[in-house]
Design a protein around this ligand. Structure first.
Ligand SMILES: C[S@@+](CC[C@H](N)C(=O)[O-])C[C@H]1O[C@@H](n2cnc3c(N)ncnc32)[C@H](O)[C@@H]1O
Length: 215
């Protein structure tokens, strides 16, 4: 595999197997690289990729159109918090890397319940969220809201951002609370980059929690 992928992408891509047909990727990146790699591994795979990034989706659409795979990789402007869009048991695999930490605790629980509904019985859900071991949480915290779980903090670029920095307990509680099971859970540091091309590493610590879930 191309070394442009980070560990948390490789682990998620490696969960795709030959028996899978329908994948939902929520909060896709602007280049869609992970999804393109999944499609290259299984000719029968069909992916729906969603995001709320209006500008970013145009770039992804261009890439998909250049590769002439619009019939296998459908892109939609869609908020992961929207409900009742898909039929019960529609997906073999849901890929949610670095997106669910934007949700507050109540929204996360609702989204996970919806994922459970739309996952096939033998389906898998892959979650990667940032953890409370991140430097931005430990050193740059402005405000933590106990009711929502959301933190306001200064990012490494100096902006103010809102996010749920999870630990094993908070993410596990949401997953099991939604009726899903945890197959594996681990955390590790992963480099952050200041640019989309991933050429300028950032020196702050970025720690991720990766969870593989099943129904
Ligand atoms: C940090 S990027 C991660 C992109 C990609 N999943 C990856 O692994 O590289 C977060 C993405 O999630 C999208 N996003 C944020 N909140 C969202 C929401 N409520 N519903 C859908 N997408 C959302 C952003 O627009 C952005 O495209």
């Amino acid at each position: 595999m191309n070394n442009k992928f980070s560990i948390s992408e490789i682990d998620g891509i490696n969960l795709v197997n030959k028996d899978m047909e329908n994948v939902l990727s929520v909060g896709i990146s602007t280049n869609g690289n992970a999804e393109l790699e999944m499609l290259s591994r299984n000719d029968n795979l069909f992916i729906i990729g969603t995001t709320i990034d209006k500008k970013g989706i145009e770039n992804t659409k261009r890439i998909v159109s250049d590769k002439k795979i619009e019939n296998r990789f459908i892109l939609k402007l869609e908020d992961v918090r929207e409900k009742d869009i898909y039929e019960d048991k529609s997906f073999d695999y849901i890929y949610a890397r670095l997106v669910l930490h934007y949700l507050n605790d109540k929204e996360l629980l609702d989204v996970l319940k919806e994922f459970r509904r739309i996952l096939k019985d033998n389906g898998l859900l892959y979650i990667v969220v940032r953890s409370d071991k991140c430097d931005e949480y430990i050193n740059n915290l402005i405000k933590y809201d106990e009711k929502t779980g959301l933190s306001e903090h200064v990012t490494f670029t100096g902006n103010i951002d809102k996010r749920r920095f999870h630990n094993y307990e908070t993410i596990s509680k949401a997953i099991t609370g939604a009726g899903l099971n945890i197959k594996s859970i681990k955390d590790y540091d992963e480099e952050l980059f200041a640019d989309y091309e991933r050429t300028i590493p950032v020196s702050v610590r970025n720690n991720l929690i990766e969870v593989v879930c099943f129904k």
